[in-house]
Design a protein around this ligand. Structure first.
Ligand code: NAP
Ligand code: MG
Length: 453
């Protein structure tokens, strides 16, 4: 069997060799999921809830182990990795309440009784990217299981270790065999097979818009249910009436967290012209002060990029003649490091301003007023997240309603809360994850009419 070598991006040392599954092994996993399906959907709601709660508790007792695996595999700072492992536990707990509340409707009709059921959609294929291996796994896994579906997860080739471990923890918690399986391997082989397999009824894909389009076309052949979470080029809009100190102090973390490899990265900062120079003065020390270094150190704020290839791609957005306003630092020695980088002024057609860089590169541009800020924020095929900084409540609401994006924060950069829906407008995605309605993406509504006449 072929294997993939997982490399620590901070040290370039080998972490593990992981088997790369074949298309035949994917078929075998689908057969196991199919065999487990009937029993899983008939587990009573209270028992399914209890199993999910137990799964959450087993994850909870392994948080540090999972966090350390992610540090080694992904180079995420350990504080961030602990949050990610805790998010898996929290999302499992949140959706453990769902099986007992998965109610349908009773609808008034003539001549009988009409009721609806939320039936499990069937086997779910969950294709996960390398940037947030744990949270994105949990966001698909927890509601899919809660709704009564078996899940086959395909982690990204570079970052399979936490998913594999969470698969073991599921068995330890008592989930029946075949209900949750993890299949490491290539996207073009295992991922593609899940898309093509007739018995897989739903795909949840998070990743690049390019691969997402290809998967959507593949699902179309079988009218397969699909949730897509894709790229972003989000705007951080700072108005003259904002608390500029806070806006500038927090702008670096909004784009440089996990080295900018975040679909929600606020990689375009739009600053009202009258305060542009003052904002840049405040931003400079905040960027130079980002603690870039050993991800195992709890004081570290930013680690390396995922791979040498990805670093080369990020670097292509900052050629020698690029308008670098100021930069942060990187450690010497091995590792795929790239410094936090601020580009200003940038041309409107600069690829660093128009394309998703997926690295620690941010562009800052001046805007005249609300209308121009909204126009520039919306001038992108993406629409995932964004921030608005202003002390004027009316302006905050006007701009929040006008920006075409799925997740906005006012005077904050937080995009993800497991209680609230998350997903993109336009080419940033299709459907929503998290929040109270996520079960709808893993169920089919069945209407049943019973004649009383
Ligand atoms: P990617 O190349 O699109 O890969 C994502 C996943 O799809 C990986 O598991 C990959 O496997 C698999 N894959 C690749 N080709 C496939 C195919 N033909 N059929 C089925 N699966 C296939 O994305 P990435 O480079 O890992 O992640 C970066 C991108 O994800 C960015 O664009 C980012 O914005 C986006 N993202 C979006 C969100 C969101 O919620 N909207 C969240 C995180 C990331 P391999 O690892 O084997 O290639
Ligand atoms: Mg890729």
């Amino acid at each position: 069997m072929s294997t993939f070598t997982v490399v620590n991006p901070a040290t370039e040392e080998t972490v593990a060799a992981v088997p790369s599954c074949s298309a035949e092994q994917a078929d075998e996993a689908v057969a196991r999921a199919a065999a487990a399906q009937a029993a899983w959907r008939s587990v009573g709601p209270g028992d399914r809830a209890a199993l999910l709660r137990r799964f959450a508790e087993v994850v909870d007792t392994h948080l540090e182990e999972l966090a350390q695996l992610e540090v080694a595999c992904s180079g995420h700072p350990v504080g961030q990795a602990r949050w990610e492992a805790g998010n898996v536990r929290d999302v499992l707990r949140y959706y453990s309440a769902a099986p007992e509340r998965l109610t349908g409707q009773q609808i008034p009709v003539p001549g009988g009784l009409d009721v609806t059921f939320k039936e499990p959609v069937g086997i779910v294929g969950l294709i996960v990217p390398w940037n947030f291996p744990m949270p994105i796994l949990g966001w698909g896994l927890a509601p899919a299981l809660a709704a009564g579906n078996p899940v086959i997860a395909k982690p990204a080739e570079r970052t399979p270790l936490t998913a594999i471990r969470i698969g073991e923890l599921a068995l330890e918690a008592g989930l029946p065999e075949g209900v949750f399986q993890v299949l490491p391997g290539k996207g073009s082989v295992v991922g593609q097979r899940l898309v093509d397999h007739e018995a897989v009824r739903k795909i949840v894909f998070t990743g690049s818009t390019e691969v997402g389009r290809h998967i959507m076309a593949g699902c179309a052949r079988q009218v397969k249910r699909l949730t897509l979470e894709l790229g972003g080029k989000s705007a951080n809009i700072v108005f003259a009436d904002a608390n500029l100190e806070r806006a500038a102090a927090t702008a670096p973390s909004a784009v440089f967290d996990i080295a900018g490899q975040d679909c929600c990265a606020r990689s375009r900062i739009l600053v009202q012209r009258s305060v542009f120079d003052r904002f840049m003065e405040l931003l400079e020390p905040a960027v130079r002060g980002v603690a870039v270094g050993d991800p195992r150190d709890s004081a570290t704020e930013m680690g390396p990029l995922i791979s040498a290839e990805h670093r080369a791609r990020v670097a292509s957005y900052v050629p020698d003649q690029a308008p670098v306003a100021f930069r942060g630092t990187t450690p010497a020695g091995p590792g795929f490091w790239f410094p936090p980088t601020v580009l200003a002024p940038v041309a409107a057609d600069d690829p660093a301003f128009t394309e998703e860089v997926f690295g620690p590169v941010v562009t800052v541009v001046p805007v005249e007023d609300e209308a121009e800020a909204i126009a520039i924020a919306n001038d992108t095929p993406y629409g995932l997240s964004g921030s608005i900084w202003t002390e004027n409540l009316g302006r905050a609401l006007r701009v929040a309603r006008a920006v075409e994006t799925g997740n906005l924060s006012v005077n904050s950069h937080a995009s993800v809360r497991y209680w609230t829906p998350f997903g993109g407008f336009k080419q940033s995605g299709l459907g929503r994850e998290l929040g109270p309605d996520a079960l709808d993406a893993f169920t089919e509504v069945k209407n049943v009419f019973i004649a009383t006449d």
